[in-house]
Design a protein around this ligand. Structure first.
Ligand SMILES: Cc1cc2nc3c(=O)[nH]c(=O)nc-3n(C[C@H](O)[C@H](O)[C@H](O)COP(=O)(O)OP(=O)(O)OC[C@H]3O[C@@H](n4cnc5c(N)ncnc54)[C@H](O)[C@@H]3O)c2cc1C
Length: 652
């Protein structure tokens, strides 16, 4: 029997999952009385899970964070959006139910940008402002998604997307001010994030070499993060790693040289010439043609940029990828720090257990105070969100989930109109709402379909950028004895299905405690980037998106089990015994597009597509991370404030 067959045979059955997710009344701190085993597919089903069960957000059993299986952009969330893309229209007034609801502001998209827009609007326009937020997902937060698991009576909280507060230098005073107003004190993470946890347990960075790429399955630990994140490494540590690595001797020599010899691989060129060249060639070309690295070195680095850029070394500009290179390469090139710096200079510790979903939850608690108890950054972590209260008729702010906006149209000439009508689809039915102002905090790619009246150049600018598809998986394991035994904290996998496999960040705050003992369940985080080497960056993103929409949960599950078995089997890990639950957060429309010096022009100030695309149109403004051209929470907040100010400049 091939290993594929045996792994398939042992796939978790629906019953196994139910058994894994026992919701005991006493222990279920955050858990609802409903759980879903997992969604076996088809994953592009039209129906959202709760709606299919007849459970509306007004029902106390409605609790999306506890759903496992295929999450992220889950089934049912994109059916109406894709129908719109494919030509369906809801223009016949008779076919649209008029709710009669009127608002000061309608926000399309309840991700961090949409929620921040509502927050700023209330702050600037007054707390009585009537605001409606619409989102196509069953949960708010957009990419900032919370995943919960209940394993043996213990609730584990994980993140399904937006991971951490990072690149603090990108936060404007207003964006950081918003975090502070929500009660977030960044410095406290220094206490909450146990920075000695991995060292104390001997959990190292590792590289998993897979047999399909390297001829043999082998897990090789290193003493620090140097192999993955290119930090300086001691000679002895590199030698210990290379002694086990299934790489050709010539490749090992190359790696030693790249780490310890300060060779200028672009000798004879000025700094300006070096930068110009590195912008024009791929990282792979730099390694091949200038470092003259052995093919095994190329294979080894292939997936390193995946988690950040959504493509491998053959599509990342060398200048953007130099950051991943060993210290010797960087020192030898002697480029100005700002030319190769990608901003990750602070410790990566600003992390809530559910990632930036806590920011989204704090925003929701501020907008709809009744929906969650508490008042601090600590108590939001375990606060149970009451979804039934998010859309109350008498509340100034209403958050309406499972509702895909399909039209935003001025009532009359956009320059003169006093109102905008928004049509949205919920459960297959179209409904109309009106507002004096609208902010589209959804994805840029959607906007030309919502507002076909937009000037053609703006429509083209909005459609220019292609979002980066990616997958964040979370696996709940019953214990982490195998990881401890093998000394595994984080794993970079240069050739495997999942390019990163990491034990969850050791963060404890409020009533939430990170597992201390190896016998306790814990979460393991996975990253997969569905790209297609050989194509341009945008084409890779498009191909990856198509792949995500057609890959069933069972395929992900198979690869989780297969990869875990091969990586951790020597530590006694048995997938069928040790895996309690799997959640796959697929993000076909993930990161905001990152312009590439290989494929995109260098735009003049103010002429980049994301800047042209975000122009206000009549009473409609545009927020979201796309409109800031960067996949960062700081940018999503900054753009929210800009859009909010734009609509507030309009006559009432
Ligand atoms: C996997 C992943 C990890 C990330 N990690 C980090 C990180 O660690 N730190 C960081 O700062 N940033 C990170 N980011 C970037 C992240 O995108 C931003 O930080 C931020 O969360 C984006 O917020 P947003 O509101 O602009 O977009 P989104 O979160 O995408 O929210 C937009 C919302 O609008 C909805 N929408 C779209 N069309 C419609 C429609 N027609 N009708 C109704 N609703 C609609 C979308 O479904 C979505 O819910 C990550 C992104 C991803 C995908």
């Amino acid at each position: 029997m091939s290993s594929n067959e045996s792994a398939r045979r042992r796939m978790i059955t629906r019953k196994d999952f139910l058994n894994g997710l026992v919701w005991s009344a006493g222990a279920a701190l955050l858990s609802p009385s409903v759980s879903r085993a997992f969604q076996a597919g088809p994953d592009d089903a039209d129906e959202e899970y709760f709606l299919a069960q007849g459970i509306s957000p007004a029902d106390p059993r409605y609790y999306p964070p506890a759903l496992t299986g295929m999450r992220g952009s889950h089934s049912g969330s994109f059916a109406a959006g894709h129908a719109l893309r494919d030509g369906m229209r809801w223009d016949d007034p008779a076919a649209v139910f008029d709710t009669g609801e009127e608002y000061d502001l309608i926000v399309v998209g309840a991700g961090i940008s949409g929620l921040a827009t509502a927050y700023f609007f209330r702050k600037l326009h007054g707390p009585r402002s009537k605001i409606l937020l619409l989102d196509n997902h069953d949960d708010f937060g957009g990419h900032a998604k919370r995943n919960e698991f209940n394993v043996a009576g213990r609730t584990l909280i994980g993140y399904g997307g937006t991971q951490s507060i990072e690149v603090l230098s990108d936060y404007t005073p207003e964006a950081m001010g918003l975090l502070r107003e929500l009660g977030i004190d960044i410095q406290r993470f220094e206490k909450y994030y146990d920075q000695s946890f991995r060292r104390a347990h001997g959990l190292k960075s590792c590289c998993f070499f897979d047999r399909e790429t390297f001829g043999v399955d082998r897990l090789c630990p290193v003493q620090n993060d140097s192999v993955y994140f290119a930090r300086p490494i001691a000679h002895a540590d590199l030698e210990a790693f290379l002694a086990q690595a299934p790489l050709a001797e010539a490749a090992k020599r190359d790696l030693r040289r790249m780490h310890f010899e300060k060779v200028d691989y672009l000798k004879g060129k000025s700094r300006t010439e070096k930068i110009a060249l590195l912008k024009r060639i791929t990282l792979r070309a730099f390694l091949e043609q200038h470092v003259h690295a052995h093919p095994d070195v190329l294979k080894y680095y292939q997936q390193q940029p995946h988690g950040l850029y959504g493509v491998g070394i053959e599509a990342v500009p060398a200048l953007s990828g130099i950051w991943f290179m060993p210290q010797g390469v960087k020192d030898g090139l002697a480029l100005p720090r700002e030319a190769i710096d990608i901003g990750y200079n602070e410790p990566y510790i600003y992390h809530f257990p559910d990632g930036n979903a806590s920011i989204a939850r704090l925003l929701v608690r501020s907008l709809v105070p009744a929906a969650a108890a508490g008042s601090t950054m600590e108590d939001i972590v375990t606060a149970r969100m009451n979804y039934a209260l998010l859309d109350q008729a008498d509340a100034p702010v209403r958050i309406r989930l499972n509702s895909t906006a399909v039209r935003a149209r001025h009532v009359g000439d956009p320059e003169q109109a006093q109102a905008v009508e928004v049509v949205y689809v919920v459960g297959g039915n179209a409904r109309r709402v009106r507002a004096s102002k609208v902010v589209l905090a959804c994805w840029n790619t959607v906007i030309p379909y919502l507002c076909p009246e937009l000037p053609q150049p703006q429509r083209e600018a909005l459609a220019y950028c292609v979002k980066v598809p990616l997958v964040y998986g979370t696996v709940a394991v019953r214990n982490w004895t195998a990881l401890k035994k093998l000394g595994v904290g984080t794993v970079y996998c240069p050739g495997s299905y999942f390019s990163e496999v990491n034990m969850d960040f050791p963060v404890s705050l409020g009533d939430y405690r990170y597992p201390r003992s190896v016998d306790e369940p814990c979460l393991i985080h996975l990253v997969r980037t569905p790209c297609k080497p050989g194509l341009s960056t945008k084409e890779q993103h498009r191909a990856g998106r198509a792949e995500l929409f057609t890959t069933p949960f069972a395929t992900f599950e198979y690869h989780v089990r297969d990869q875990f078995k091969r990586m951790l089997g020597a530590g006694g890990f048995e997938a069928e015994r040790d895996i309690a639950a799997i959640t796959i957060n697929r993000w076909p429309h993930g990161y905001a597009y990152d312009y590439s010096t290989l494929w995109d022009p260098e735009w003049k100030e103010g002429e980049a597509p994301h800047v042209l695309g975000r122009k206000t149109f009549g009473r409609i403004a545009i927020a979201n991370a796309d409109s800031g051209g960067e996949a960062e929470t700081s940018i999503a907040i900054e753009q929210a404030l800009r859009a909010c100010r734009e609509v507030l400049r309009l006559p009432a």
